[in-house]
Design a protein around this ligand. Sequence first.
Ligand code: CP3
Length: 343
Amino acid sequence: MILKNDLLLRAARGEAVERPPVWLMRQAGRILPQYRALRERLSGFKELVETPALAAEVTIQPVDELDVDAAIIFSDILVIPEAMGLPYDMIEKRGPLFPETIRSGSDIDKLVAGEDAAARLSYVYDALELTRKELDGRAPLIGFSGAPWTLLAYMVEGSGSKTFSRAKRMLYQEPALAHQLLGKITQTIIAYLHAKARHGAHLIQLFDSWAGILSPALYREFGAPYLRQICTAITEVPVTVFAKGAWFALEDIARMDCQVVGLDWNISPEEGRSRVGAEKVLQGNLDPCYLYADPEQIQAATQKMLDAFGGRHIANLGHGVYPDTPLDGVRAFVQTVKHYRYK
Ligand code: CP3
């Protein structure tokens, strides 16, 4: 099927485009009234994630409502730990919780990995296929995975945390165990992402949401090498690496076999470009809190950001959109990008 809007893919390949494509991390979710309405009728978050028809519906909502240039499959990074043998609960208003966590080498030995784990995620592949069909070429479909370090963080910590000190403790106290776990997670991610590409994802984004809590030395040892392995393995579609908070690792990430590098709002477009170098396409990076401002302010800030990136850019926020963001703010951001033209 031919894409009617392939701007994201042309931009990700580094082609000259008339304007940057625009989408928002976490666009499929609570900012939309139609998402909240659907969600209220269901038993919980996991029912949405695990029912392909519902996941497809929620994935397409922001394309209908906001006219963004990409859809991102409705799912979660935590489906991988679950497929490996560590189920998660999503607690209302609190976030994820793992009843069991990784404590020892024997816990790691028990985990399922690679193709065997990826084979348990057929509901994601079904959701991708259905979404592709229902999108009917209106926008490319992004698939994603958590990065190995971020997934280890949840599997060891057992929940969200400000410090992830239990997970970081493993890196210092038992580095060999951490490497063993990261290796198993990485093999699973690679099998999973090959399957996602096979079932219709046009581009893959890797979310290393907790990269920024590691020191540069820890990230060099436990973060970057595993991301690099994934980038090297996934050759069938473009790959975006978004390592939140890890401005110190951008030079390293720039040398990975990826096409796009995501930036958060802690770094300016100019400094991001100078650290990443000329070759890669950059994605980001407006502060999500800017969308609480007046539409005129949002328009001015967005134009300034687009001018600063200047090209080889995919417009997005510096992290996921917050659930209480006014839709008018989101629309002002998206429409400003859509009316922009490179000189
Ligand atoms: O981006 C999208 O619109 C696609 C869907 C998507 C979700 N999670 C749905 C979701 C994506 C890409 C994710 C990735 C994800 N999940 C990350 C990486 C991205 C990031 O924000 O850094 C992380 C760290 C998670 C883990 C996770 N899932 C947490 C910590 C939480 C609870 C906190 C929160 O933001 O609500 C979730 C739940 C979750 N995942 C929701 C959605 C829409 C909220 C569930 C609801 O209440 O309906």
